[in-house]
Design a protein. Structure first.
Length: 264
């Protein structure tokens, strides 16, 4: 694969993967966009922004040939976006930033108001199938993997329907996928991860309330440290985490090549 650095015009060509990695890891936001090219695997353009795949448009293309009805353009753009997103996850590259937060004392946990008619509790083994009500793509292998790690699942029910869940792991080795690394959980630590809320009830404060419920349960009678993390792009999750009393601990970086992640 050849790589061209683009900022309005071509400055040069680079075939070094290490150079590309250093560029992605720099403080300047960059975007590596790959497009098919005759006789080559592709051409990577670094033009600023988030990493994605986008075909190059030939210079001097006939504008009249690009005129379409608005509805057709929107439909084609949406379809193209989905295709390019899948291609990016398959062969694209980028630097992922994972924000890690911590909370160390029960008195640091705020007493948030419980949303009306919300009930929070640990899920029993026979209730695991209800997770599909929140996230239909959850797989049995995911559930089996969580149970092997001795993780506990907390659920939130609204009017008898499961609308939120969060996993908690307090022992063993924990995998931070986007950072490309595993961490050994220390005694007293509990890691909160893979939290999901039904789209129909977002904005009601369920996510931060469940986080405080978990923290109170783990920190009330013994010293410890709660840890949670999210990606840099997930601003909504960051707001919920801070609202629950967590403080920023560190930022982890991972190199993504396709669907694989490597520590940086």
């Amino acid at each position: 694969m050849s790589a061209k650095l683009m900022t309005g015009r071509t400055f040069g060509t680079c075939s070094s993967l290490s150079y590309l990695i250093d560029l992605l890891d720099s403080d300047t936001p960059t975007d590596v966009r790959c497009s098919p090219r005759q006789g080559d695997l592709g051409c990577c353009h670094v033009i600023g922004g988030e990493s994605s795949l986008l075909p190059s448009m030939p210079q001097g293309s006939n504008k009249s040939g690009q005129i379409r009805q608005k509805g057709q353009r929107v439909g084609a753009s949406s379809l193209l976006g989905k295709v390019l997103k899948r291609l990016d996850r398959a062969v694209g590259a980028g630097i992922e930033r994972v924000l890690v937060y911590r909370i160390v004392a029960d008195d640091a946990v705020p007493n948030l108001s419980c949303p009306p008619e919300l009930a929070v509790a640990r899920l029993l083994p026979g209730q695991m199938s209800e997770l599909k009500d929140v996230f239909s793509s959850v797989s049995m292998s995911e559930l089996e993997g969580a149970q092997k790690k001795q993780s506990q699942c907390y659920g939130a029910w609204l009017s008898g329907r499961l609308v939120h869940y969060a996993w908690v792991q307090a022992s063993g080795s924990h995998s931070i996928l986007e950072a490309g690394r595993h961490v050994d959980i220390k005694p007293g630590e509990f890691w909160i991860y893979d939290c999901r809320t039904s789209t129909s009830v977002r904005g009601l404060g369920i996510y931060p309330y469940v986080l405080t419920f978990i923290c109170h349960e783990h920190l009330r009678d013994r010293p410890g440290e709660g840890i949670i993390y999210t990606t840099q792009e997930n601003v909504a999750s960051q707001r919920g985490i801070v609202k629950a009393g967590f403080q920023m601990k560190e930022t982890l970086r991972g190199l993504r090549i396709g669907s694989r992640y490597y520590p940086r």
